[in-house]
Ligand binder design. Structure first.
Ligand code: SF4
Length: 335
């Protein structure tokens, strides 16, 4: 809940408006998980609140730990009374701890290379479901909204979550520590571009519309050309960052023809944008063979030489099916 909503909760329970601010402090700054812990609120008031509301914090059910330190967690979420499951990935480095959160149970977008896409769609997560994933890990430095689901297809709760994370009354994060990823669909993207200061990552994966549509059916809803011309209307020259994600597949999108067209598409965004090349895990789907290391480096150099800031992203958590495109609730079997 936002501060305004928490104040309304306080008033609705016959308490003073300022109790709303105290609730926000306990929920988002001190991050307690019971009304009993809110010691500057009277016992009677805490009881009145507990009768009508719950905090919404739930522990994860299971976890898997990768040899590289990446951890994957399974959370249960309620969808109209039916339990569903989503995965969250914690990625530590020397000086950062990034959490990759899910925004939907499954996904409607059906990208053919993605294991989440094969789950189908089982429902939208609430902002509380997303915050529960985040607040479970108190040492985070960054959040990437790149887990299960298409965030722009569930934009209202995603915007609410980012508001609470960044508000002064909330967790007080800079929006530049949060990156939201999209294939580019829906009015959600327009709203995000207009209203959010968070970073944007666009899953591009193929510069040719017909070929992109073969692996990403969402291309038919809004072509990559249209996504890019929409994004071009907004200013990314300052702190808000724009990046493009590009998984490389052998023969499918790693040729000179693809590289040339990608440069043409991305040149208007250079030098502010960044291109992230991602290694694929062909174990997942043999129709999408991984590009070899040499071609990957050639692709990176070609893009760099043509003025596009490009990096090869380190792949994390492959051994526990936690890497890009691999989230499919495999931990459920361990419950
Ligand atoms: S890649 Fe993202 S948008 Fe595509 S099916 Fe997977 S989760 Fe959905």
């Amino acid at each position: 809940m936002t501060l305004q909503e928490l104040e309304a909760v306080a008033l609705g329970c016959g308490l003073k408006r300022f109790v709303g601010k105290q609730l926000a402090d306990w929920l988002y700054k001190k991050q307690v998980s019971s009304f009993d812990a809110m010691t500057n609120i009277s016992v009677d008031a805490r009881q009145a609140l507990a009768v009508r509301y719950e905090i919404g914090r739930h522990p994860y059910l299971t976890q898997a730990v990768s040899a590289d330190g990446t951890k994957k967690f399974l959370f249960q979420v309620e969808m109209n009374g039916t339990p569903q499951f989503v995965e969250t990935v914690y990625i530590p480095t020397d000086d950062h701890a990034t959490l990759c959160i899910s925004t939907q149970a499954g996904c409607r977008m059906g990208c053919r290379f993605c294991m989440t896409g094969t789950l189908g769609f089982h429902g939208n997560l609430s902002a509380a479901d997303m915050l529960n994933q985040i607040l479970t890990f108190p040492d985070l430095t960054n959040i990437v909204v790149m887990g299960e689901g298409e965030p722009m297809d569930n934009i209202q709760p995603v915007m609410r979550m980012t508001e609470i994370m960044c508000a002064e009354y909330g967790c007080g994060w800079s929006p530049h520590r949060i990156t939201v990823s999209t294939v580019g669909v829906g009015e959600g993207l327009e709203r995000f571009l207009k209203e959010s200061e968070c970073n944007l990552a666009i899953s591009l994966h193929n510069p040719f519309s017909v070929e992109r549509a073969e692996s990403m059916p969402a291309e038919k809803l809004r072509s990559i050309e249209k996504v890019l011309s929409l994004v071009r209307q907004y200013d990314f020259r300052h702190q808000r960052r724009l990046s493009f994600e590009y998984i490389l597949w052998h023969g499918k999108n790693d040729t000179l023809r693809h590289a040339r067209e990608l440069v043409r598409l991305l040149r208007p965004f250079a030098p502010q944008c960044r291109l992230n090349l991602i290694r694929f895990h062909s174990g997942v789907n043999h129709a999408f063979p991984a590009t070899d290391e040499q071609s990957m480096q050639w692709f990176e150099e070609y893009m760099q030489n043509n003025g596009i800031v490009t990096t090869i992203r380190r792949s994390r958590g492959e051994d526990i099916l936690a890497a890009c495109g691999m989230l499919a609730n495999s931990l459920k079997s361990e419950m």
